[in-house]
Design a protein around this ligand. Structure first.
Ligand code: ADP
Ligand code: MG
Length: 446
């Protein structure tokens, strides 16, 4: 029985771990070789899944239970409906929306409510909101792009949740480009491409995440292109995401690139300090609902927002780990504890690019002298590289606009701002510049 297994588990993982993580589990049932448990919060579920799955499976098998994997779900008790939305795990079936539609499940945490808006993502957020209003189609497709962990998937799920709530009759399908390909290949294998075509061409809203994935995959691209056109012709909303602008996706057919550019293209910029702090604060508020006792000082949050600049997922992971660690060892979360417990994360996000590196690399690339880049001359052969360097300094470092201005021979912050805007425009209108910037960014960050 589960009770006996618990006794064994307690021995193997220690009393502390057991009390914190295993005791809150309630064994629900075993079905199709899946052992299901109720957990009090998503957080506990995730933690147990990540750290104790193997041991639990091991103990279950040892006493002869035929089980292949574990599943944890939050029991929804009615009194706490308000927080349930955040606390719910991802709804399980792939048919989460639209009956038997071929979409991927949505993550219950990815809603507009839980999306923190700041300067770097306000445009993307506004566009997503607009599309989620389900009025007449205004821009088609909506193309969201940006680096890893900046909230593309979150926004797409939020749109789907919103539409599902406001217009349950709409057939909304969300899936990754990889899943799209996988299903297409499956249809090919089963000689049912007609069924595939009919299925995807009959939806009302199609969202394809990480479309860069189909670059170089010719027949999938072809199918995607036709699906895309069929839906646009019927005036159905399409929402696409990618890790870069349409024009910058290599090995993507030109006809697809230009189709993708027809609607609204918005990018999610790297997070700034304020946005990171906002996201952390929101997370803390959520945790507080689950763990009223947990305390974390603003100082620690500021420290995290300052030091972990790469991607929001890492930032969230750091906070989760801090909470787990502090509740395990029963210690208050201090700066020292944070430094200890997050040493690896902090170290890996240290690989910072400096403004000097950028100036050096850019002047090398364009074969101009560093002194000229920093100097007063304004001829185009100098001004363009200078603008690109300023742009990269803004994007890749945490320096402020005035700070960057100062380091470029004492220029004004408005000059830097103008440069950033200009390069942004050029990136979508000038393929050469787009490529240069991308290349420079890669060598600097690599
Ligand atoms: P992407 O798809 O762009 O790689 P995700 O949408 O998966 O990124 O986001 C990574 C994680 O960061 C998710 O847990 C998401 O909820 C969180 N996140 C990103 N941006 C925000 C934001 N503005 N507010 C709240 N959470 C965010
Ligand atoms: Mg994503």
């Amino acid at each position: 029985t589960w009770g006996e297994i618990c006794a064994d588990l307690e021995k193997s993982i220690g009393k502390n771990n057991f009390v914190t993580w295993i005791s809150p589990l309630k064994f629900d049932r075993l079905q199709d070789r899946v052992a299901r448990f109720h957990v009090p919060t998503t957080f506990v579920g995730n933690w147990v899944e990540r750290h104790f799955s193997d041991q639990i499976l091991d103990h279950l098998t040892r006493v002869g239970v035929d089980v292949e994997r574990l599943e944890f779900s939050v029991r929804s008790d009615k009194g706490r409906q308000t927080t349930a939305r955040h606390a719910q795990p991802a709804p399980k079936p792939a048919t989460a929306i639209g009956g038997d539609l071929p979409g991927a499940p949505l993550d219950g945490r990815f809603t507009f409510d839980s999306f923190v808006v700041g300067k770097p993502n306000e445009l993307a957020h506004a566009a997503a909101r607009r599309v989620a209003e389900a009025g007449p189609v205004t821009f088609n497709p909506l193309f969201l792009y940006g680096g890893v962990g900046l909230g593309k998937t979150h926004l797409m799920h939020a749109i789907a949740w919103e539409l599902r709530e406001s217009s349950p009759q709409l057939r909304v399908v969300y899936l990754s480009a990889e899943q799209f390909m996988y299903r297409f290949v499956q249809a090919l294998r089963e000689r049912d491409t007609i069924g595939f075509k009919e299925l995807y061409r009959s939806v009302d809203v199609l969202m394809v995440d990480d479309v860069q994935f189909i670059a170089g995959k010719d027949s999938t691209q072809d199918e995607f292109f036709h699906t895309f056109n069929a839906l646009v012709d019927q005036n159905k909303q399409i929402i696409i995401s990618a890790d870069r602008a349409p024009g910058e996706i290599k090995d993507l057919e030109d006809r697809i690139k230009s189709r993708l550019q027809c609607g609204l293209v918005v990018d999610l910029h790297p997070t700034d300090y304020e946005l990171r702090l906002g996201i952390l604060q929101q997370k803390v508020d959520l945790y507080r609902v689950q763990y009223p006792g947990l305390a974390i000082s603003d100082g620690v949050l500021e420290f995290l927002a300052h030091r972990i600049t790469t991607n929001v997922r890492v930032l969230e992971g750091a906070l989760t780990r801090l909470f787990a660690f502090s509740s395990l060892v029963g210690r208050e979360i201090t700066l020292e504890l944070a430094q200890d417990c997050l040493a690896d994360i902090l170290r890996s996000s240290e690989r910072k690019v400096s403004v000097e590196d950028i100036q050096r690399k850019v002047s090398e690339h364009y074969n101009i002298r560093l002194a000229d880049m920093l100097g007063p001359r304004r001829q185009r052969t100098l001004a363009r590289p200078r603008q690109i360097a300023m742009y990269l300094a803004k994007k890749l470092t945490t320096s402020s606009l005035p700070d960057i201005g100062r380091r470029f021979g004492g220029r004004d912050h408005t000059t830097v701002m103008h440069a950033v805007k200009r390069v942004e425009e050029l990136r979508s209108s000038d393929a050469q510049i787009a490529e240069d910037v991308e290349m420079l960014r890669r060598t600097l960050e690599g």
